[in-house]
Design a protein around this ligand. Structure first.
Ligand code: NAP
Ligand code: GCO
Length: 260
């Protein structure tokens, strides 16, 4: 039974895997046996990631690549296929957020978030699917969000992107399921990473708000995502397709703690 969760012999690419959620998921995939590839925007970040992986005993292959650049992505996938092997597991993790009231957000700012959080997973998936079809299997895991289901002030672009990413996940599952490619999402709740650091400053009202909205009464940690990503990357989930697995401590199920 446990062999179903083994990733021995598999090649995984985690976009934006230098730190945060991407790093933790890559570490989990490595511990399950996968060979790890990751990319980031600059040589300095890729090197920072390499050192971190090395400290964790992981030989990871790092590449500089902007996931919104279709030509650079095609070059990245070709380079990985040549240097490491065909990508069996793609985790579309790279993402940005802009917290700006919608009527104060420029169209350029809106487009930038859509570009990284929605267009890039499309570009990345399109680049890896042909080789997955040839190989007869593949796993694509899109990192969605609470904002795939809920809105809130100041995150219009991010919610639009993550809502679209949920539907892109379902569509890839629909279009390529017959080739034994499974495309699923992971929807983290509120996780302690650099992206949410501004919301977790001492006394920030959002900090207590999230704890009151989470049955687990805590912020998530990147470790909370390690088991779920191994499950969705492994044979254990071969009949799971088009699903978004919410790892949110129960936020989406909960109306929120009654004020005392
Ligand atoms: P993070 O700490 O901001 O890390 C995001 C990573 O993506 C960084 O390494 C970043 O590199 C990279 N990146 C951004 N734009 C890129 C591009 N164009 N090309 C290549 N790499 C790029 O974010 P996180 O909190 O770990 O979140 C990771 C994913 O989980 C995101 O998709 C986010 O939306 C999602 N998520 C996060 C939470 C949460 O509570 N933290 C919850 C739900 C979903 P740079 O350092 O160069 O920017
Ligand atoms: C925000 C947060 C969230 C988290 C995550 C929740 O400003 O509301 O950044 O969007 O990043 O996406 O699942």
């Amino acid at each position: 039974m446990l062999n179903q969760f083994s990733l021995e012999g598999k090649v995984a690419l985690v976009t934006g895997g230098t730190y945060g959620i991407g790093y933790a998921m890559a570490k989990a995939l490595s511990q399950a046996g996968a060979t790890i590839c990751y990319n980031d925007l600059t040589e300095e970040l890729v090197e920072k990631g390499r050192k971190a992986y090395e400290e964790d005993g992981i030989k990871a292959y790092g590449y500089v690549c902007d996931v919104t650049d279709e030509d650079a992505v095609a070059e990245l996938v070709a380079k990985i296929e040549k240097e490491v092997g065909v990508i069996d597991i793609l985790v579309n993790n790279a993402g940005i957020i802009k917290r700006i009231p919608m009527c104060e957000m420029t169209a350029a700012e809106f487009r930038q978030v859509i570009d990284v959080d929605l267009n890039a997973p499309f570009i990345m998936s399109k680049a890896v699917i042909p080789s997955m079809i040839k190989k007869g299997h593949g796993k694509i895991i899109n990192i969605c969000s609470m904002m795939s289901e809920l809105g809130r002030e100041t995150v219009s672009a991010y919610a639009a992107a993550k809502g679209g990413l949920k539907m892109l996940t379902r569509n890839i599952a629909s279009e390529y399921g017959e080739y034994n490619i499974q495309c699923n999402g992971i929807g983290p709740g509120y996780i302690e990473t650099p992206q949410t650091a501004p919301l977790r400053t001492e006394g920030h009202p959002f900090n207590n708000f999230i704890i009151s909205k989470t049955p687990a009464a805590r912020w998530g940690t990147t470790e909370d995502l390690m088991g779920p990503v191994v499950f969705l990357a492994s044979d254990a989930s071969n009949f799971v397709n088009g699903h978004v697995l919410y790892v949110d401590g129960g936020i989406l199920a909960y109306i929120g703690k009654q004020p005392k």
